[in-house]
Design a protein. Structure first.
Length: 286
């Protein structure tokens, strides 16, 4: 099982407006690039019940606009975008998503403008790499920076989590891991284990909530498309282990934390939600 993280450096030669949460536009653009390269791969990625790519937001300078929910890209400035690939056929996705940006077009078109691709950095790790990294820590604590709105459904309901609760975050990651990994790497951690052996400490000064557009659907009554929004949170949270946490549980949770930077957390990660930065450091168990 392999995972990739692709960092793009982008530049536009014109100013144009994009949504404050631009993930849906960027996802549509990348899907279009894949479709030009291989329609079957594009269709599989879009139709799959397993989200195989995760997108971050565009990082760079923006200008505010008079129109609500929009921001303006500045010409000739640099912007960064991170793409995570966890598809079991990651080589196909990489070949038909990233290589066109490197060779054929070197353009990322959005609705009102486009970016030129200035630089691409590619990092690939295996599940074995993550497993080996767990041996580096004796008393780890996990610092999660939720960079884009993280939308986690409460069980099978329509209620969305608005707080980085340990069970919600890590059970979401566990579900992604078990969907994507081969049978011999499946984890048997229970929801109760995350509640019993982990403690979360959110930085309440930096915790915020958002409503973000993740899709559009045709409204038959109104005769035009309407946006679909999800609610989520951003901010920082530290997760530490209780003193009686079994070593097997600790190692499994460490793997899930490192996996999060590739997979994203929660739903709609392909549309810019749930991107995280994770740092692991030796701390003090409870």
């Amino acid at each position: 099982m392999f995972m990739r993280r692709v960092n793009l450096v982008l530049r536009s030669d014109q100013s144009f407006e994009i949504p404050i949460h631009e993930g849906y536009q960027v996802y549509s653009s990348l899907l279009g690039l894949m479709k030009e390269s291989d329609p079957e791969v594009s269709r599989r990625v879009h139709d799959s019940t397993i989200t195989s790519i995760s997108l971050g937001s565009l990082h760079g300078p923006f200008r505010s606009t008079e129109r609500p929910y929009l921001k303006q890209v500045l010409s000739h400035e640099l912007y960064r975008l991170r793409i995570g690939i966890t598809d079991p056929h990651d080589e196909e996705v990489f070949r038909h998503l990233v290589l066109p940006l490197l060779t054929d077009r070197k353009k990322l078109p959005l609705y009102q403008g486009s970016f030129s691709v200035e630089q691409v950095e590619d990092q690939m790790v295996s599940a074995d790499d993550l497993i080996k990294r767990t041996q580096e820590y004796n008393q780890p604590s996990l610092n999660f920076d939720f960079l884009t709105p993280t939308c986690i459904q409460y069980r099978n309901s329509r209620v969305t989590e608005m707080y980085p609760h340990r069970i919600a975050v890590f059970h979401s990651l566990l579900s992604k891991w078990n969907q994507l990994s081969p049978d011999d790497l499946h984890m048997g951690v229970s929801r109760d284990d995350f509640g019993r052996y982990l403690i979360e400490r959110p930085d309440l000064r930096r915790l915020a909530t958002y409503s973000v557009q993740v899709n559009t659907v045709m409204d038959a009554k109104r005769g035009h498309s309407r946006p679909i929004f999800k609610q989520g949170f951003v901010g920082r949270c530290t997760y530490s282990f209780t003193s009686n946490a079994p070593i097997g549980f600790r190692n499994a949770t460490l793997i899930l934390a490192m996996f999060a930077e590739f997979s994203g957390v929660g739903s709609s990660v392909a549309r810019g939600c749930g991107q995280v930065d994770v740092t692991v450091q030796d701390g003090v168990n409870e």
